[in-house]
Ligand binder design. Structure first.
Ligand code: 5RP
Length: 224
C-alpha cells in the first residue's frame, strides 16, 4: 500500500470522526467496519472515546483493534441502537451503491450497516467507479454449498473463484465472482442472496451509505 493512499485513508478517517463527533452522546453506540481504511477510523475514533458509550464491530480484527484502544465492544444484540456506522468499500458508484467484502467481513458489515441509523462510507478516490464490477463480487457461502452456489452464480454469467485458504469469522467460505452484470445492483443483490447456500453478498444497494467521504489529493469530497 502506497504512502500516498494511506495518507488519503487517514484523511477520510479523520473527516468521518469530525462528521460524527457533534452527533455523539454519552450513551451512543458507534458501528465500526473492517479493513485498512476502517483501521485508520478506529485509530482516529480513539481520540473521542470519552464522547460515546461503546462500539459494535463487524469483525474479530476490528474488535481487537478497538479493545486495544480501550474502546468497549458490545454484541449488536446488546445495543439499543447504533447511531452511526463507518466503513470502507472496494468500489463506490455514482448512486452510492457499493461492492464490499474484499476483507471477507461483508456479512457482519451489512448487518451493522443495516442496523445503524446512519452509514458513512470512507474511501480514497481510487475506489470511485462509474460502473460497479471491476472488483469481483465477494459472496459468503456455507462450505457444503460451495459447488452448488458456484454453479448458480455461473448460470448468472459469473465466474466464481474460491478464495483459497480463507474462512470468514462465521466459519464460511468466500467466492469472488467476476463477470456478473451489475447494471442493476439492487436486483442482483436480491438475486444472489436467493441462491441456496449463500449467506450474504458484498453488494450494498438496499443499504447504501447516507454519505460517502472521498479522499483526494486536493482534499476530502463529501457526497450525500
Ligand atoms: C472488508 C471490506 C472493506 O471495507 C473493503 O475491502 C475495503 O478495504 P480497505 O479499506 O482495506 O481498502 O469490505 O470486508
Amino acid at each position: 500500500m502506497s504512502h500516498e493512499r494511506d495518507a488519503l485513508k487517514h484523511a477520510v478517517a479523520a473527516a468521518a470522526v469530525e462528521e460524527l463527533e457533534p452527533k455523539l452522546t454519552r450513551d451512543a453506540v458507534v458501528g465500526v467496519g473492517t479493513g485498512s481504511t476502517a483501521n485508520f477510523f478506529i485509530d482516529a475514533l480513539a481520540a473521542v472515546r470519552h464522547k460515546f458509550d461503546a462500539a459494535v464491530s463487524s469483525s474479530l480484527a476490528s474488535t481487537a483493534r478497538l479493545r486495544a484502544h480501550g474502546i468497549p465492544v458490545l454484541d449488536l444484540n446488546a445495543a439499543a441502537a447504533v447511531a452511526v456506522y463507518v466503513d470502507g468499500a472496494d468500489e463506490v458508484d455514482p448512486s452510492k451503491a457499493l461492492i464490499k467484502g474484499g476483507g471477507g467481513a461483508l456479512t457482519q458489515e451489512k448487518i451493522v450497516a443495516t442496523a445503524a441509523d446512519e452509514f458513512i462510507c470512507i474511501v480514497d478516490g481510487s475506489k470511485c467507479v462509474e460502473q460497479l464490477g471491476q472488483f469481483p463480487l465477494p459472496v459468503e457461502v456455507i462450505p457444503m454449498a460451495r459447488g452448488l452456489a458456484a454453479r448458480a452464480l455461473a448460470a448468472l454469467s459469473g465466474q466464481p473463484a474460491y478464495r483459497q485458504g480463507f474462512v470468514t469469522d462465521n466459519g464460511h467460505i468466500v467466492l469472488d465472482v467476476h463477470g456478473l452484470d451489475l447494471s442493476d445492483p439492487d436486483a442482483l443483490e436480491r438475486q444472489v442472496n436467493g441462491i441456496v447456500g449463500v449467506v450474504e453478498n458484498g453488494l450494498f444497494a438496499a443499504r447504501r451509505p447516507d454519505t460517502v467521504l472521498v479522499g483526494t489529493p486536493t482534499g476530502v469530497v463529501r457526497r450525500a
